[in-house]
Design a protein around this ligand. Structure first.
Ligand SMILES: NC(=O)c1ccc[n+]([C@@H]2O[C@H](COP(=O)([O-])OP(=O)(O)OC[C@H]3O[C@@H](n4cnc5c(N)ncnc54)[C@H](O)[C@@H]3O)[C@@H](O)[C@H]2O)c1
Length: 386
């Protein structure tokens, strides 16, 4: 199953690491550590192989991909030997990167994006193209009446207003081009009634939101533990220090608000109440792509006895995110091939703020993901919630 992976934000850290990783896996130069679709419970014939993946994408900057990869290698995010070993493969991907459409109305830019997507699909004779948003986090979208209905949206996009934030305009174009859409960011993306209606009308699946790679991943394991032991979490406070392009974007309070919102959902929904405390994100340029999260949890046990736990997470953000981007592209392509439409709630395992999913517990999400993969591989009937 020849599958295109179209990365929005294709020259960013997560995208570049995903591209180098996919090329290295395809060439047999690395093992798939971090790719959950290569675990025995998920692996199988329904998923496109790494050798079936063809990469392309949009970005607003033009920094050559190889330069971005070399910078990430110098920062210790990925091995320099892989960048050195893959010059032709990186050059081939470079030829499939396009500047983000500019000028005209938003309808014009959506049409240009659709042309880029269909040309990519035709050029490589792809069975399908999965669009994955890994571009910079946006502030929450401003409400607009045209967000409610596909016809109103189409009419409004032809006018002079900026009706949609960029992530949603890419999602709109992906749907018009017949492509499934995955949002790895906390941006609005497809989360507007007009776009979910359009996805349903076109029979397309989508997944999101905001990859779960660090502090929230740990929270989604620990919070169910407190709940299952009937321990009362009194406060849960976290500080995230990060650099890199993502950190610089999140220094903007509006983008920061979108991220903090998606990080908080896990506690509310796992514990059934919101303990005191919050999550702070701070930009520390020196840290580059390596993130440190400190969390302090205070909780009460039997007879109200107070206790506490602390954890520190030192993660390399792009190295944690990139294999999940490849997993999501493979699973979403297989879901599309199997006829799934609408939000892929079974992919909640991958997200901080999962679409349509009733559970935030990582263990429950894992069970659900394994069942989903099993049904994809055996061509079995869908569970009622699919
Ligand atoms: N790394 C992780 O662990 C992780 C986890 C969850 C979510 N994310 C999200 O993934 C996204 C990417 O993170 P990153 O570290 O690669 O950031 P980055 O800043 O390195 O890359 C973002 C890229 O998006 C491009 N871009 C900005 N606006 C664009 C537009 N309108 N069209 C096309 N491209 C555009 C930028 O030029 C840049 O190349 C962020 O939104 C981040 O919050 C990352």
């Amino acid at each position: 199953m020849r599958t295109g992976v179209w990365l929005v934000g294709a020259r960013g850290s997560v995208a570049t690491t995903s591209i180098v990783g996919a090329l290295a896996l395809r060439a047999g130069l690395t093992d798939p550590t971090g790719c959950v679709t290569e675990l025995p419970d998920l692996r199988g014939p329904a998923l496109p192989a790494f050798t079936d993946l063809v990469l392309g994408g949009h970005d607003v900057v033009t920094t050559p991909l190889t330069k971005r990869a070399e910078a990430l290698a110098a920062a210790g995010v990925l091995p320099g030997r892989l960048v050195a070993a893959l010059p032709d493969e990186l050059a081939a991907v470079e030829r499939d990167l396009r500047p983000a459409p500019t000028g005209g109305t938003q309808a014009d830019r959506a049409a240009a994006t659709v042309r880029d997507l269909t040309a990519f699909r035709d050029r490589h004779a792809l069975d399908r193209v999965v669009v994955v948003n890994v571009s910079a986090t946006e502030p929450p979208a401003r409400a607009h009446p045209a967000h409610l209905d596909p016809d109103a949206l189409r009419a409004a996009l032809a006018g002079p207003d900026e009706v949609l934030p960029p992530s949603s305009l890419y999602a709109y174009a992906a749907l018009l081009a017949g492509c499934p859409y995955v949002d790895f960011t906390p941006s609005t993306g497809l989360r507007l009634p007009a776009l979910t209606a359009l996805a349903a009308g076109r029979g397309l699946p989508y997944a999101g939101h905001d990859g779960k790679t660090g502090e929230t991943l740990v929270k989604s394991v620990l919070a169910p533990m407190f709940a299952m032991r009937h321990l009362r979490v009194r406060s849960w406070s976290g500080v995230n220090l990060l650099g890199g392009g993502d950190g610089a974007t999140l220094a903007d309070p509006a983008a920061n608000a979108a991220k903090v919102h998606s990080k908080q959902r896990v506690l509310d929904e796992t514990l059934g109440y919101q303990p005191q405390g919050g999550t702070r994100i701070e930009y520390v340029e020196e840290l580059g792509d390596f993130k440190t999260a400190w969390d302090l949890v205070t909780f009460a046990g039997f007879l109200g006895t107070g206790m506490r736990m602390e954890f520190t997470w030192h993660g390399c953000d792009s190295a944690l995110a990139a294999p999940l981007v490849l997993d999501l592209a493979r699973l979403t392509a297989a879901a599309h091939a199997a006829g799934h439409t609408g939000p892929l709630a079974d992919l909640a395992f991958f997200f901080k703020d999962p679409l349509g999913a009733p559970t935030h517990s990582l263990a429950d999400q894992w069970t659900r993901l394994c069942g989903f993969a099993r049904r994809l591989h055996t061509g079995g009937t869908r569970a009622p919630h699919d």
